[in-house]
Design a binder for this molecule. Structure first.
Ligand code: SF4
Length: 369
């Protein structure tokens, strides 16, 4: 059971065992103690606990599974669709927004998604002229436990049947065996969340090194997958320019510039409620050291000139590497886009159209009109 070394227990909630996906996960994690359980909430001060990252909780989710990214007031959103497959993650990045967002413990996995894919397929097929850019990495790491959870095995074949949908796995994981064992490749992008090597080693606890992530990206690329990168959150720290440049040099060393679907940039931002949680759970963290303002979406952000400087710097490094990498900003204003990248999609529709074009180009999508 070495590959799931952090897992101490598997909890099967009422009714979950009737799903085939649940039974396969139990088979994959054989040897780890299993117990029945009921849904419960993190209470009161419990957000300073370990969020039960050693407990895998299998359950059927009754709510909506496919939802548009809610965006945030006053900033340009990418028009993404979130496929909710579960919450929480075995890694423990100091800046992780899930620490404030998640109010139920454990690594929660929705074992009924597979049974409800038809319902999602009908939504996708109902708008054949629309590109559905779908991702599973909003509330969890898409591939962190893939050899146990098999999300790649569940979702990659599904997406092959829906020609107007693109599936993104967002991850920091260095293991991609599950994915590589699947024959289908079309309209699947594997995107790695990257940072500077300094931030990766000091703040991204339990995550593979940047080099290991890029070796995994290389393997996926060699095996025919499109690849993407997300520099989010960019964090100001001593030597940040040299350290982020180093990451781009490593990208250049490991990854081919061909078939890069997109690269996003987003500076650190967080709800004020995350601050005391970071202080408590990660007392040695340096991520709160910068100066922040309360922005119009209610989140703490770096001052605009700092954000623009970081984006410009990253743009220059990335453009030197690959001028056709689908660079975009995540949740920024028109003004910051113009000042940083020299152009702006103006609004959410504009950014969605830009990213749809990237998908059409890289995957040769021909959609019904
Ligand atoms: S890898 Fe992502 S989801 Fe997991 S702890 Fe880090 S930021 Fe959170």
């Amino acid at each position: 059971m070495k590959k799931f070394a952090g897992l101490r227990r598997v909890v099967v909630e009422n009714g979950a065992e009737r799903y085939g996906h649940c039974r396969r996960i139990l088979e994959n994690t054989r040897g780890i103690p299993v117990e029945p359980g009921e849904e419960r909430s993190l209470k009161g001060n419990s957000k300073d606990m370990d969020m039960e990252k050693g407990v895998l909780r299998l359950l059927a989710y009754p709510g909506e599974l496919l939802k548009p990214c809610p965006g945030t007031n006053g900033y340009i959103c990418c028009g993404y669709q979130i496929l909710n497959t579960g919450t929480n993650c075995p890694m423990d990045c100091s800046y992780c927004v899930l620490q404030a967002y998640v109010n139920q413990p454990s690594l929660r996995v929705y074992v009924n998604v597979e049974e409800r894919l038809q319902e999602i397929g009908r939504i996708i097929d109902g708008q054949p002229q629309k590109v559905f850019r779908i991702g599973t990495g909003e509330f969890a790491d898409s591939l962190a436990l893939d050899s146990a959870l098999e999300w790649s095995r569940v979702l990659v074949p599904f997406i092959q049947n829906h020609g107007n949908a693109v599936l993104e796995f967002k991850t920091k994981a260095a293991r991609g065996e599950g994915l590589l064992g699947i024959e289908a490749r079309d309209r699947v992008v594997v995107s790695w969340s990257l940072n500077s090597p300094i931030i990766a080693s000091k703040e991204e606890h339990g995550a593979p090194t940047i080099q290991k992530r890029l070796e995994a990206a290389r393997r996926c690329q060699d095996e025919g997958f499109a690849v993407g990168f997300h520099f989010d959150p960019l964090i100001e720290h001593p030597g940040w320019k040299d350290s982020y440049r180093r990451t781009v040099e490593l990208i250049d060393k490991y990854v081919s510039p061909n078939r890069i679907l997109w690269v996003s940039l987003g500076c650190l931002r967080f709800m004020p409620s995350l601050k005391p949680i970071i202080r408590k759970r990660h007392p040695g963290s340096g991520v709160l050291r910068g100066e922040f303002i309360l922005a119009m979406d209610g989140k703490m952000r770096y001052f605009k000139p700092v954000r623009v400087e970081m984006y410009r710097f990253m743009r220059d490094c990335l453009m030197d590497w690959n001028s056709d990498c689908g660079l975009y900003l995540c949740m920024e204003s028109d003004e910051v886009w113009e000042a940083s990248l020299g152009w702006s999609p103006k609004d959410t529709e504009g950014l969605a159209a830009y990213l749809d074009q990237r998908a059409k180009k890289v995957f040769h999508l021909a959609l019904d009109s």
